[in-house]
Design a protein around this ligand. Structure first.
Ligand code: ADP
Ligand code: MG
Length: 695
């Protein structure tokens, strides 16, 4: 099949709807989708039937409401279309009610106490802004997931609410600039996805990869990424075959997979789609991650989405390219051609600057997870300090506006918003740009803190809501203005003055930046437990409740879920380490020492003159290190026992960060040393060499 025919062939998209629905039904459904109206049940029945016929023709036998619970991965429960008839046969049926609402028995999803067990059945409701699709012979209906009390139990509902919030406020601002033809505003996202591929046969031999998605042990290989020969290098044929199949499967689902290349670390790759509306991009990124993993298995590979699968080489992130655009196709973060367009651009730019400064805590914590703690601040990913890169040119323009000076030394005139045209600035692609957590790249912002395995729903929900809040304040101030041009200029000046501390165009990896950021009063939240408590700070509760993205209850529930998730992750990792050391590593090494000792003894008994320095010295060092590994393991075990007594979820998270994590680090250090002096014949796990260079 040609790519153009393949694309979207498994999606019940606008084209398919037009072909398969009665004209009037199609028209009404379109209205629902574009304006977010609720769907009449009679229309739903017609749509459901057409959808079912289409799906059955494509080989589907089941349908599912496809949703995004707080676990961060997607969930589905399959129901078949079959309905018995009176003559003992079956027909394929799918009702409007089944399309619109589902009731998964959801009592086992994390809810942070929102869904008391007596009302354990949450429900899922179709999100008609996202198309239904067929995956693995299942018709998937993208849905939001709520409790009967109306609380959001998923990642999608708040994201949709945040998109409504920014639409509402951006429309107010656009009216001020006289945009008559614009009827809605949406944010757009293009997430660049990094991942590792390892050989399945090696993966299966490593308990750490199986249980935790990352290696908990592993001595460094002689070669790492220092030669920089993998980045953009030729793609190996096995990987190429994987990428080809992945692309085709993604295209069938209407996902705009566009670029693929090797990344910095050995065995690391990246896939980027063309951007789309934020909630669609979120669905698509979830599907992309799922397909990446599923298709890898078909090629005897395993796709690792963990943020830090290997120590010593780069980890994986997700760059969230974000912008705002109107239904008329105008990108609001793109400087325009006229002074008037530039003024509007500058106001939206200021909304983002103010939002990032005032809600730096929320942005930081939206990217926080146990996995991502290994990256942020570790000289390969952006620092844990949130700052913005605007590039020198745009920064100079903002300075000229702030200080009422001229931008260009040759120009005598002062820089006035709404009077002057901004010069065309080049996209800045310097190294300093790449160290920035939040970089302006000409017509969009690239938020680079996200971890590779995370859903992009959270960070975008924060961005949308924070920017909506600033737009709300701007609209409040400017709506009654008698002298719009002047008041606008003043407002922009004030925002620059008050929030320029967040702008940083230099090297984010530089030690000096940490001290400088502290002087500027910027937050440096190094770990997940340090960051998460900000979620329930008064200012942030105010933000999300004002814009109806979360209720206060929902926020407390989510905070608890996120903290517990951190604790659980570390607990599983720690238990896995103990298991590996006690059951596999120490027994193997002990046996190895015995072999060496036997050899030494054999040599001696043959003739006392035969040198056995290698064997005796090795036995000595191995025995010392094994003892140290054993002690460190015991310490970790003891501390894990103590953790059981901590009832409070906040205290538990901090205990795991402060005590368990350092025990784990200490245990790993000695164990890796032991691996480096043990014969690879006896070490019970495939080495880093095999994992990283083995494909
Ligand atoms: P860069 O070289 O700056 O990374 P690319 O053109 O490669 O830029 O784009 C990177 C990602 O940003 C792609 O996924 C792309 O679709 C996305 N992108 C481009 N424009 C926008 C936009 N207006 N809104 C959101 N994402 C965008
Ligand atoms: Mg990029």
């Amino acid at each position: 099949m040609k790519t153009t025919e393949l694309f979207g062939s498994m999606v019940f998209d606008e084209n398919t709807m037009r072909q398969r629905l009665p004209k009037e039904t199609f028209r009404q459904l379109q209205r629902t989708m574009k304006n977010g109206r609720s769907l009449d049940i009679n229309i739903a029945t017609v749509v459901a039937n057409a959808m079912k016929d289409w799906a059955v023709e494509k080989g589907a036998t089941h349908y599912t409401h496809w949703f995004q619970p707080m676990t961060g991965i997607t969930a589905e429960k399959h129901d078949s279309f079959i309905t018995p008839t009176s003559d003992g046969r079956v027909i394929m049926e799918f009702s409007g009610k089944e399309l619109v609402q589902g009731e998964p028995d959801a009592s086992s999803f994390p809810s942070g106490g929102l869904r008391a067990t007596f009302e354990a059945r949450g429900y899922t409701a179709w999100d008609p802004t996202s198309y239904a699709f067929i995956k693995n012979g299942i018709l998937c209906i993208p849905t939001a997931f709520c409790s009967y009390g109306g609380h959001a139990l998923d990642k999608k509902t708040p994201l949709l609410r945040s998109m409504e919030a920014i639409n509402r406020q951006a429309m107010r601002v656009l009216k001020l600039f006289g945009n008559q033809d614009v009827t809605s505003v949406k944010t757009t996202v293009g997430p660049e996805q990094e991942y590792f591929l390892v050989d399945k046969k090696y993966y299966e031999q490593r308990k750490d990869l199986l249980y935790t998605g990352r290696t908990l042990f592993g001595a460094k290989t002689p070669k790492g990424q220092e030669m920089e020969d993998h980045y953009f290098g030729t793609i190996k044929s096995r990987v190429q075959a994987y990428m080809k199949e992945l692309n085709e499967e993604l295209w069938k689902l209407g996902i705009l997979a566009k670029t693929e290349h090797n990344e910095v670390a050995p065995a690391q790759h990246e896939l980027a789609p063309i951007f789309s509306t934020t909630n669609i991009a979120t669905d698509h990124n979830q599907l992309t991650m799922e397909l990446m993993q599923r298709i890898a298995k078909k090629h005897d590979l395993v796709c690792l989405l963990h943020e830090k699968p290997f120590a010593g080489v780069n980890g994986s992130g997700k760059h969230n390219n974000w912008s705002i655009s109107t239904n008329t196709g105008v990108n609001l973060l793109e400087p325009g051609e006229t002074p008037y367009e530039n003024a509007q651009f500058l106001l939206f730019l200021c909304a983002v600057i103010k939002a990032v400064d005032e809600y730096q805590d929320m942005l930081r914590l939206s990217a926080a997870s146990a996995g991502n703690d290994h990256r942020l601040g570790a000289n390969e990913a952006p620092p844990a300090i949130v700052s913005m890169f605007l590039g020198s040119e745009l920064t100079e323009i903002l300075e000229a506006i702030e200080q009422d000076t001229s931008y260009d030394a040759k120009e005598k005139e002062l820089m006035r918003v709404g009077v002057h045209v901004l010069p065309k600035f080049q996209k800045d692609t310097t190294d300093r740009n790449r160290t920035s957590p939040f970089a302006f790249t000409g017509n969009k912002f690239e938020f680079r803190m996200l971890g590779s395995s995370a859903s992009i729903a959270g960070p975008n929900m924060v961005l949308n809501t924070a920017v909506a809040e600033e737009l709300r304040q701007f609209a409040d101030q400017l709506e009654g203005s008698a002298d719009f041009a002047n008041d606008l200029h003043r407002l922009i000046q004030r925002v620059i003055k008050e929030h320029k501390r967040i702008i940083f165009n230099d090297n984010g990896y530089d030690e000096a930046w940490v001290a400088e950021a502290e002087r500027r009063g910027l937050l440096n939240l190094k770990t997940t437990p340090d960051a998460l408590p900000y979620f329930v700070h008064k200012k942030n509760i105010q933000l999300f409740t004002t814009h109806k993205v979360f209720s206060e209850d929902e926020m407390h529930a989510r905070y608890e879920i996120m903290m517990e998730n951190y604790t659980k992750t570390l607990n599983i990792e720690a238990l896995t380490m103990v298991d590996m050391v006690r059951k596999d590593i120490l027994p193997a090494v002990s046996k190895y020492a015995q072999q060496l000792a036997d050899t030494a003894l054999a040599k001696k008994s043959l003739s006392p003159d035969i040198d056995s320095t290698y064997e005796t010295q090795s036995v000595k060092i191995i025995s010392q290190l094994s003892a140290s590994v054993f002690q460190n393991m015991e310490t970790l075990e003891d501390d894990l026992v103590k953790a059981k007594d901590i009832a409070d979820f906040e205290q538990a998270a901090f205990y795991y960060k402060d005590v368990i994590f350092s025990d784990m680090t200490a245990l790993r250090a000695v164990t890796d040393e032991l691996e480096s002096i043990t014969s690879s014949q006896v070490w019970p796990y495939p080495s880093y060499g095999k994992l990283l260079f083995g494909i």
